[in-house]
Write a protein of this length. Structure first.
Length: 731
């Protein structure tokens, strides 16, 4: 046992260590292009376009790198695919491309200040003590319990801290919402917190929807507070500060709308051509908008004061005095397993009673530094930090821990592995879930199969380390996965997720989808991201691409390390009806021990005969995309035609030590002399890129390790992917 002041001291030291690391090295980077100097007045203000939509809070300190130069700057505006920042040093009139680094270390500094305030308050210190050393006896009247929701309500009414363990699909949001409603109907004030905007949106929507059905939803009583609010709340009126201001002060809301529209129009014009008149006007609009937001802010303060249920993020709660200076009856913290322990400790000080809800079998918080105190307090969740998980490991739940033990998300063919192997048979399936997910199971690909292992063994050696990031990519499994997404879409699925442990592979799939599937993305919910980004969400169909394969000599720590069980768990449990696992079974069996969850998943799927062999690719590929064609590697009429009509270049890559077949030598001679021809031996797999657009993967067919029949080649028509591959072989 340590004193509460010692907890706070160690938390502050861990946060300081993380801040110092982020200041020195940074971690999150954004590529920006077409930079123009807008203004030289008390600093140098620049406008940049971005390659993807980003949102960095106004006023944030960022680091800009271009060429060999580095410079700190402040964000003035960031929305959509553009940003404006101000630096103290001249960076040039035009900057063709740069990298902007942003890490929210300023938010961590705010948290340190809040913890300083906790030191001075006996009441707040006592609340932290209950969190970190939960009592071994409960105070709620067990004999009054009517059902699960009622028990959680009673626990949160009588006990200072209630730990709610919510494995995937067990109704965490449903239970939290009903408990919040019961407290609200008794006149209590409730603060809903999470590290995630999405989690708060979903929880607020569940509460508001239930109260609306009961006709007990009063305008202004429930308030979603913050700027990054999703579409899930758009079906309600008077829930967000924006909606309430629109209703109560329409002229102010209209003025804001007009300014934002004008700003967007100007930024669109600036993306085409720059003029001093436009740049001056844009800066004028930014100034007007900043003043307007101050007026809106004063109205938000009044709305917060009147609300009974407030939902916001942990970061907002620690930085906004209208939240942290108030004392609530109940604080409910969702997705607590992904929050830093100091964040949970701070959240606990804001209320008389606290519910800490999460799943310590899912992904932990993410921190960059390897400082011992960072490892202790920022890289493990509060369930571990408070000793709650020790009781589970010993086979008995802690008295202050309540388990939601019946899942309704996954078809039993999917949940069987996680229920048994990860949750130790503590979780079971609701009787309805098999029937409710059957429609998804019946769809393509692989009709009437809920869990499938698509094996990429012996198709070649395609797993390489990306040059710019040291992250791994696997082109063969990338294209296999896209084909599976396409088959699922054609089969009727519109809710599809693609998850992978590697950021580089996820970003490459995003590029491929934006190129080949732009129209489909507009009318469906298809998302490619790392496994971490999927926590808290669900999809009808999930693809998990493990990426790791030959010629790598070992699997990465993402698949074998301390937290690999939690990563695999999240990858599997996002799924409602069809889980498709794309992996190299041969590589996994040779490089991952049986005790690891990744190996256990593969062995389980094999034991249940869920494997789809490489030789079966010709049977399940039913819908060839117009720009992605699969065929036998010996049937190359189309490839030879592509070579014959090549206009600019032919880049041919062979695995090191391979000989170019005579037939290929003859075909290259037929290529126009005006076409530049290059042959490489830099990557471990063969490919041909024609006119920096057409990528033929798997040919020329040469002798390679880990290549057995069937011999398959794939033709991809994508300038973006072709040029990406060429960058991997450029000097």
């Amino acid at each position: 046992m340590i004193s509460t002041l010692q907890y706070i001291k160690e938390w502050q030291q861990s946060l300081q260590a993380e801040i110092q690391y982020l200041k020195k090295y940074g971690s999150t980077k954004y590529h920006v292009i077409n930079g123009h100097l807008l203004l030289n007045d008390n600093g140098f203000t620049y406008y940049f376009e971005t390659t993807s939509s980003i949102r960095i809070p106004v006023g944030s300190l960022v680091k800009v790198e271009w060429g060999s130069m580095k410079q700190e700057a402040r964000i003035k505006s960031s929305e959509g695919k553009s940003l404006i920042l101000t630096a103290q040093t001249f960076m040039g009139d035009l900057i063709s491309e740069a990298v902007v680094f942003h890490d929210p270390w300023e938010l961590l500094e705010e948290l340190i200040e809040r913890l300083d305030e906790c030191k001075k308050s006996k009441r707040k210190r006592k609340r932290i003590k209950y969190l970190m050393e939960p009592p071994l006896e409960t105070s709620h009247p067990i004999e009054k319990v009517k059902n699960g929701v009622h028990e959680v309500f009673l626990r949160s009414k009588y006990n200072p801290v209630t730990f709610l363990w919510g494995p995937p699909g067990t109704g965490k949001t449903y239970n939290l919402a009903r408990v919040a409603i019961q407290h609200y109907l008794k006149g209590k004030r409730i603060l809903l917190l999470s590290h995630s905007n999405q989690a708060i949106d979903v929880l607020i929507a569940e509460i508001a929807g239930s109260l609306r059905k009961k006709r007990k939803l009063r305008e202004g009583d429930i308030l979603r507070y913050g700027s990054q609010i999703g579409d899930v709340l758009s079906v309600f009126e008077g829930i967000t500060t924006t909606q309430l201001i629109q209703q109560n002060d329409p002229m102010l809301a209209e003025e804001k709308r007009e300014l934002i529209e004008e700003r967007q129009k100007l930024k669109s014009d600036l993306a085409k051509s720059f003029s001093k008149r436009d740049t001056d006007y844009l800066l004028e609009i930014e100034t007007k908008l900043a003043r307007l937001l101050e007026r809106i802010r004063s109205k938000e303060v009044k709305l917060l004061k009147d609300a009974f249920i407030v939902g916001t993020t942990l970061a907002k709660a620690a930085s906004d005095e209208t939240i942290y200076q108030k004392d609530y009856d109940v604080v409910m913290l969702d997705e607590a397993s992904m929050a830093y322990v100091p964040q949970v400790g701070f959240a606990t000080t804001l209320g008389k009673r606290t519910i800490v809800c999460g799943d310590f079998k899912q992904l932990p918080p993410i921190a960059a530094s390897n400082h011992p105190l960072v490892n202790k307090w920022l890289k493990q969740d509060v369930f571990h930090g408070s000793g709650i998980t020790e009781s589970v490991t010993s086979g008995k739940l802690h008295p202050q821990l309540y388990l939601l033990n019946e899942q309704r998300r996954m078809h039993p063919d999917i949940s069987a592995f996680t229920n048994q192997s990860i949750y130790g048979s503590l979780v079971s399936d609701h009787l309805s879930v098999k029937t409710s997910r059957q429609t998804i199971v019946e769809r393509s690909p692989f009709p009437n199969r809920g869990s499938v292992l698509v094996d990429s063994s012996f198709m070649g050696e395609y797993c390489i380390v990306e040059k710019s990031s040291s992250s791994r990519i696997n082109l063969w499994q990338l294209l296999l996965s896209f084909q599976l997404i396409h088959e699922a879409y054609i089969g009727g699925s519109r809710s599809i997720g693609y998850a992978t442990p590697y950021r580089a592979q996820a970003e490459l799939m995003q590029v491929l989808l934006q190129d080949l599937y732009i129209k489909e993305l507009e009318t469906s919910d298809i998302i490619a991201a790392t496994v971490h980004k999927f926590q808290g969400s669900e999809r009808d169909v999930m693809l998990f691409d493990s990426v790791d394969s030959f010629p790598q000599h070992r699997a990465s720590m993402l698949l074998t390390g301390k937290e690999s069980e939690r990563l695999i768990n999240v990858a599997v449990t996002r799924t409602k009806g069809k889980f498709i696992h794309v992996t190299d079974t041969n590589f996994v069996r040779k490089n991952i021990y049986r005790g690891k969850t990744m190996r256990a998943l593969v062995e389980y799927q094999l034991s249940k005969q869920q494997q789809v062999l490489p030789s079966q690719i010709g049977t399940w590929v039913r819908n060839q995309h117009s720009r992605l064609k699969w065929q036998h590697a010996l049937k190359l009429d189309q490839l030879y035609h592509d070579l014959k009509v090549a206009k600019v270049s032919v880049h041919l890559s062979l695995p090191k030590g391979s000989d170019l077949p005579e037939e290929w030598q003859e075909k290259l001679k037929e290529v126009s002399k005006k076409v530049r021809k290059e042959i490489y031996e830099l990557l471990p797999f063969p490919f041909v890129i024609i006119d920096q657009r057409y990528l033929w993967l798997g040919v020329p067919l040469v002798k390679m390790k880990n290549l057995h029949p069937p011999y398959v080649a794939v033709r991809l028509d994508s300038e973006q992917i072709a040029q990406y591959v060429l960058k991997q072989i450029s000097e």
